[in-house]
Design a protein around this ligand. Structure first.
Ligand SMILES: [Zn+2]
Length: 450
C-alpha cells in the first residue's frame, strides 16, 4: 500500500507574515508551508517537497473575507436613475431592470464580482441572492465560485411582499413563501457542506423586513436552525428603514429581529448603520454578527455605522462590499480602507488602527461567517492567504508595510491561495480568461439597458 504524496507549496521569505493568530504575531522574514488544503507550518527556514514561491518584497496576510454582496448587481453599476437616490428610490429604479435578468446574467455577473474580489485579496465571500427571475437559480452563482476557485457562502435570499401588497419590489420579482422555503431546503440539501474546510456553505436570507412577511422571517429562522445553517438579512440600514419598522411593526429593528428568532451566533445582519445603544448591547449579548458596508452606506447617504461602539461592546463586526449597484466597486481591501477612514471621521484619528481594521477584514469576517478554520495563518487552518507585493509604486517609501496595505496600497494582490490552490498568480486569475468574462458582462449589461 502506498500513501499518496501530499501537495505542498512553500511561500518563502516574506518581508512580513501577518498571522492573525491568538497573539496576533507578525513574523519578519518568515515562510508559510501549505500542505494539501491546510496550512502546515509558519516560521523561518521551512523546507518542502513541493514548489517554492519567493515572497521577498511581499506582505502575506490571511485571505480577506467578504460578508455581504449581491453579485448580480455588477451588471447594474452606475445606472443613471439610481446614482443619486436614497435606498427606497434606488430600489424602485433598479427592480424593473433586475426583473429582466436570467441564469446567464446571474452566472456571468457572479464571475465578474468574484474576480474583482479575488484580485483584491478575498478568499472567502458570501453572497445574498434574493431574486430568481426567468429561471435563475442559486447554483448559477455556486458554479461561478467553483470556476474561479473561491470559498463561497451563498445565501438563498427571497422577497415575498410585492407592490400590490404594500411592499417595495415589483410583483414579478416576488415568490410564494412556500416555494421559497422549499427551494431553501433544496439548495441546503444539495450544496451545504457543514464539515471543516468546506468550500461551500449555504445560508437562508429573506431580503429585508420591508420585502418579506413576519411569518417568512420566523419560518426561515426555524428552518435554518433545523438544518444547522446560518441566517442573514439587511437590518437598520438608514432612517427610512427605522421609520418603516416603527410604522409597520411598532418597534425598532433590533426588537423585530429578536422577536422573530433573528439574533444569535448563527445570524449576521448587513449594514446596522442605525443600531442604537440598546441594540448594540443585544447584538453583543447574543453574539449576532454585523456586515459593515461602508462604501454602500456612503453612496446611498445612509450614514456611518457605529463600528467603534460595536467593537467596544463586543459585537462581531466584519466587512462587506455590498452589491455593485450601490458601491459600485467590489474591491475588498479598498473597502477596508474606507471603513478605517470613516471610523476616524466619526470618532477621531485614534479611533481605529490599520491593524484593527485588517483584523476585521480577515479574522473578523471568518468569525461572523462561523468559520473557526479560516481567517488566520496558523498550522491546521485552511490554506487561504493573500500575498501583497509591497515593492511597487503604491507602497514605495512606506515605513510600515502592514499599515500601508490600508493607508497606501497596493489594492491588488500578487498571488492568492484558496484551499491550497493558486487562484491568482502574478496578478492574474488562473482559471478564467478575464477579458472574455468582461466582454460577455458588457454585452449583457448593454442588452439590459435596451
Ligand atoms: Zn445589501
Amino acid at each position: 500500500m502506498t500513501t499518496p504524496v501530499p501537495h505542498e507549496t512553500l511561500i518563502r521569505g516574506a518581508d512580513v507574515v501577518v498571522t492573525m493568530d491568538a497573539t496576533r504575531r507578525e513574523l519578519k522574514g518568515a515562510d508559510v508551508l501549505l500542505r494539501d488544503h491546510r496550512i502546515a507550518a509558519v516560521g523561518p527556514g521551512l523546507s518542502t517537497i513541493g514548489s517554492v514561491i519567493d515572497a521577498t518584497g511581499c506582505v502575506v496576510t490571511p485571505g480577506l473575507v467578504n460578508t455581504h454582496h449581491h453579485l448580480y448587481q455588477t451588471l447594474t453599476r452606475a445606472v443613471p436613475g439610481g446614482q443619486d437616490a436614497l435606498l427606497f428610490g434606488w430600489l424602485r429604479t433598479l427592480y424593473p431592470i433586475w426583473a429582466r435578468m436570467g441564469p446567464q446574467e446571474i452566472r456571468v455577473s457572479a464571475l465578474t464580482g468574484l474576480a474583482e474580489l479575488a484580485l483584491s485579496g478575498c478568499t472567502l465571500s458570501s453572497d445574498h441572492l434574493y431574486m430568481y427571475p426567468n429561471g435563475a437559480r442559486l447554483e448559477d452563482t455556486i458554479e461561478a465560485a467553483a470556476e474561479i476557485g473561491l470559498r463561497f457562502h451563498p445565501t438563498r435570499g427571497a422577497m415575498s411582499i410585492g407592490q400590490s401588497q404594500g411592499g417595495l419590489p415589483l410583483d414579478s420579482l416576488v415568490e410564494r413563501e412556500a416555494d421559497i422555503l422549499n427551494d431553501c431546503i433544496r439548495v441546503i440539501d444539495a450544496f451545504h457542506d457543514p464539515r471543516p474546510g468546506a468550500m461551500v456553505r449555504v445560508g437562508v436570507a429573506p431580503c429585508s423586513p420591508f420585502s418579506v412577511s413576519r411569518g417568512l422571517m420566523r419560518d426561515a429562522a426555524v428552518l435554518a436552525r433545523d438544518k444547522g445553517v446560518m441566517l442573514h438579512t439587511h437590518l437598520a440600514e438608514n432612517d427610512e428603514d427605522i421609520a418603516y419598522s416603527l410604522a409597520q411593526f411598532g418597534c425598532r429593528p433590533g426588537q423585530y429581529a429578536e422577536d422573530l428568532g433573528w439574533t444569535g451566533a448563527d445570524v449576521w445582519h448587513a449594514h446596522c448603520v442605525k443600531l442604537d445603544a440598546a441594540e448594540i448591547g443585544l447584538f453583543a449579548r447574543s453574539q449576532t454578527g454585523v456586515a459593515h458596508c461602508p462604501c454602500s452606506n456612503c453612496r446611498l447617504g445612509s450614514g456611518i455605522a457605529p463600528v467603534r461602539a460595536m467593537r467596544d461592546a463586543g459585537v462581531k463586526v466584519a466587512l462587506g462590499v455590498d452589491g455593485s449597484a450601490s458601491n459600485d466597486a467590489g474591491n475588498l481591501i479598498a473597502e477596508a480602507r474606507m471603513a478605517l477612514l470613516l471610523q476616524r471621521v466619526q470618532n477621531g484619528a485614534d479611533a481605529m488602527s490599520a491593524r484593527e481594521m485588517l483584523e476585521i477584514a480577515t479574522l473578523g469576517g471568518a468569525q461572523v461567517l462561523g468559520r473557526d478554520d479560516c481567517g488566520a495563518i496558523a498550522p491546521g487552518m485552511c490554506a487561504d492567504l493573500a500575498i501583497w507585493d509591497v515593492s511597487g509604486l503604491e507602497a514605495a517609501g512606506a515605513w510600515d508595510p502592514v499599515a500601508a496595505l490600508l493607508l497606501s496600497g497596493p489594492a491588488r494582490v500578487r498571488d492568492l491561495f484558496v484551499n491550497g490552490r493558486g487562484v491568482v498568480r502574478g496578478g492574474r486569475l488562473t482559471s478564467i480568461e478575464l477579458p472574455r468574462v468582461i466582454e460577455t458582462q458588457n454585452r449583457l449589461a448593454r442588452a439590459l439597458a435596451g
